[in-house]
Write a protein that binds this ligand. Structure first.
Ligand code: NDP
Ligand code: MG
Length: 381
């Protein structure tokens, strides 16, 4: 199948790598969106000639419209623009690479419009996993994982139909730049330290999430929804080398893993070519020059965020959305140098404690909990 795509968040780390893959595969683009990166979106629009480009920032969108005046590309803005890009008639697949819960509503809109989803925006499943997976089932659309761990599991599960065959999945975690450090030292780390990720070059927010291990906690929740598994059957191991991207243990004891160079272009590409494979731009793994592969337990003592995410998943309802909102606000404050490393879990814990226990939340409840989580985090400073 030759997909025609909308890329939500095309100017980010995942968005830019997606366009490399799309160019290599010769796929076409219907819409591109960003927040306020005018110059890069103009460049992308000229290269890929989509029908529509969107900047959610109104002022930036006006600027872009002037710059693209000599082309047939239409420019839209704001939340409406983002929703239009997600539901564009001529597009069959939406790649969601917006950062944060801003990705939730456009992803749901795309599903309801019958688009397959190549999902990078994990916050969507953290906040609204039940709602989103139900909508996808009802509409008969595919949720194709872009996150490298979930792509690895997806690849290991090809050809298997029964979930009861899966004993557990094992997510690998690089451990981020601070793995092995003790509390005393961690209390003093800065945003600059956190942004030096050992293996992956990613957007600032997810890089901080990797340093706190919140990213892995979110990925546990993401795996729970994508693969319909209970929390107890999702494990995490620290694997510093980022060569084994995750593993599945079957009930007979067999363990399948997917290996590769740490290069997001491979999981992005697999989401777009599935169920087939094609040659592509991702770096190849050279086993003979690859480092020794090591596996260690996560350090829940010094890195409490993984445990917090598990607790949020156990409580369910809107708690994961409250956690996500607080985490987004706290990470932004940490990046501005206004709070310390351990304030992130502290503010997240406060937001989870303040959130109500609701059985089956509607979208409005989820958005309210996310907003309240942000407010709790912001009011604590
Ligand atoms: P980046 O910060 O690099 O890019 C974010 C993109 O979203 C940019 O295009 C940005 O536009 C746009 N954007 C930011 N805020 C908003 C908003 N409020 N409304 C609409 N658009 C917005 O992030 P990443 O590419 O690193 O991550 C994107 C998603 O993919 C995240 O959910 C992350 O968890 C997930 N992911 C990322 C991986 C990676 O390797 N980077 C790996 C696995 C998952 P602008 O440039 O104008 O600001
Ligand atoms: Mg990941």
């Amino acid at each position: 199948m030759k997909r025609r795509l909308s890329i939500l968040g095309s100017t980010g780390s995942i968005g830019r790598q997606s366009l490399e893959v799309i160019a290599a595969l010769g796929l076409s683009v219907g819409a591109l969106t960003a927040h306020n990166s005018v110059a890069l979106l103009e460049e992308q629009a000229r290269a890929f000639r989509p029908e529509l480009v969107v900047l959610t920032d109104e002022r930036a969108a006006r600027d872009l419209a002037v710059r693209l005046g000599d082309t047939p590309v239409r420019v839209a803005s704001g939340r409406e623009g983002l929703l239009e890009a997600a539901t564009l008639e001529e597009v069959d697949t939406v790649l969601t690479a917006v950062v944060g819960s801003a990705g939730l509503e456009p992803t749901l809109a795309a599903i309801r419009a019958g688009k397959d989803i190549a999902l990078a925006n994990k916050e969507t499943l953290v906040c609204a996993g039940a709602l989103v997976t139900r909508a996808a089932r009802e509409r008969g659309v595919d949720l194709l994982p872009v996150d490298s761990e979930h792509s690895a599991i997806f690849q290991c599960l090809q050809g298997r139909t029964g979930r009861e065959e899966v004993a557990r999945v094992i997510l690998t975690a690089s451990g981020g730049p601070f793995y092995g450090m003790e509390r005393k030292a961690l209390e003093r780390v800065t945003a600059q330290d956190a942004l030096k990720h050992p293996n992956w070059s990613m957007g600032a927010k997810i890089t901080v999430d990797s340093a706190t291990m919140m990213n892995k906690g979110f990925e546990v929740i993401e795996a729970m929804w994508l693969y319909g598994l209970p929390l107890e059957r999702i494990d995490v191991v620290i694997h510093r080398e980022s060569v084994v991207h995750s593993l599945v243990e079957f009930r007979d004891g067999a363990v399948l893993a997917q290996l590769g160079a740490p290069d997001m272009r491979l999981p992005i590409q697999y989401a777009l070519t599935w169920p087939e494979r094609a040659p592509g731009p991702a770096k190849k793994l050279d086993l003979l020059s690859c480092p020794d592969l090591t596996f260690l337990p996560p350090d829940g003592e010094n890195f409490p965020c993984l445990g917090l995410a598990r607790e949020a998943a156990r409580r369910g309802g809107v708690i994961p959305a409250a956690l996500n909102g607080a985490n987004e606000a706290a990470v932004a404050l940490f990046l501005e140098g206004r709070i310390g490393f351990y304030d992130i879990p502290r503010l997240c814990r406060a937001a989870m404690a303040a959130a109500p226990d609701l059985g089956e939340p509607a979208l409005a409840d989820i958005l309210a909990a996310d907003a309240q989580g942000r407010a709790v985090a912001l009011s604590a400073i």
